[in-house]
Design a protein around this ligand. Structure first.
Ligand code: NDP
Ligand code: A1CAB
Length: 264
């Protein structure tokens, strides 16, 4: 059975570990390396994993997940400084290219991925691209790890991972913002915050569940929109205020920032 070490035990690592453990990965196979003792204690308590502050100990693992901020990857490589041949490196860092990772870690198997935080619930959406040194066995390992916490979409060009970041990596935050704003607006229209929240969350869950069943979102929307009714009034207002443009510009800013982070 392979062992896995996470370098960086922050939000995204914790979400992935939660998803892995819930899917049957034994916590004893998982080590998390993080500099902050308090964070390590929390991870041990939350997930039952082994933790350490020593980056060099990642050398013991078969699979190493780089879960630090993009700007910290170079420092981690310097701290690790070991022969990694035969291992699989999985990077979740936004923007950091395979070429940069090979520059830091040498000629090893590298799976560059872009997960998202719903991984914690087994509902992750992850993009995957592997380097030429990744064997079929390593590719299957990467896919099966990712599928333990959600869906895996393999892209055929590396730069598409920046588009994945704009859609699903950062995507949960767009929905959370929408939820925040709907609760605020519902409260402004007279509902209690508790009622506005309950109605908003159930609506988000219901809409996502209906959309998952396969009908096109525009068809589902049409069934809510009575001719010249209330939904029509809301949608016309959204379109007049540039809703589509707001989303498109936000996602382009996200993608551009991913590219920028990769260059830093
Ligand atoms: N959050 C998300 O939704 C997603 C994040 N990602 C990617 O995941 C990566 C981590 O992001 P996120 O979890 O949000 O960030 P966090 O800041 O929550 O986690 C990073 C962790 O790494 C620790 N760390 C810093 N330096 C080192 C080091 N030298 N060795 C080991 N650990 C170290 C940090 O400690 P300290 O706080 O002390 O710096 C922190 O606990 C990023 O590259 C990001 O692009 C990808 C997809 C989604
Ligand atoms: O905000 C970020 O940079 C990371 C990458 C994708 C989601 N969170």
């Amino acid at each position: 059975m392979e062992n896995i070490a996470f370098i960086g035990g922050g939000n995204m690592a914790s979400a992935i570990i939660g998803g892995l453990v819930a899917s049957g990965w034994g916590p004893s196979r998982i080590t998390v390396i993080d500099p902050i003792a308090e964070q390590r204690k929390w991870l041990e308590h939350e997930h039952g994993v082994h933790t350490t502050g020593d980056v060099a100990s990642a050398e013991q693992a078969d699979i190493i997940v780089l879960a630090v901020k993009p700007q910290v990857i170079a420092a981690v490589a310097a701290q690790l400084d070991a022969d990694l041949s035969g291992k699989l490196i999985i990077s979740i860092a936004a923007g950091v290219t395979i070429a940069a990772l090979e520059g830091h870690f040498g000629p090893v198997a590298i799976a560059r991925t872009m997960p998202n935080t719903p991984a914690l619930l087994g509902l992750g959406a992850t993009g995957l691209f592997v380097n030429a040194r990744t064997s079929e066995a390593h590719l299957m390992t990467a896919q099966s790890i990712i599928e333990a916490f959600g869906i895996c979409v393999t892209v055929d060009r590396e730069e598409l991972l920046d588009a994945v970041t704009a859609v699903s990596g950062s995507g949960p935050a767009y929905y959370f913002l929408m939820i925040e704003e709907m609760i605020r607006a519902g409260t402004a229209l007279g509902l209690s915050e508790q009622d506005a929240k309950a109605l908003t969350l159930q609506t988000a869950l219901g809409a996502a569940t209906m959309a998952m069943q396969g009908d096109a979102p525009e068809d589902l929307r049409a069934r809510v929109t009575s001719p010249n009714g209330t939904t029509h009034a809301a949608i016309v207002s959204m379109q007049e205020n540039g809703f589509g443009n707001v989303i498109a510009k936000a996602m382009t800013a996200c993608k551009n920032r991913a590219v920028e982070l990769g260059q830093s």
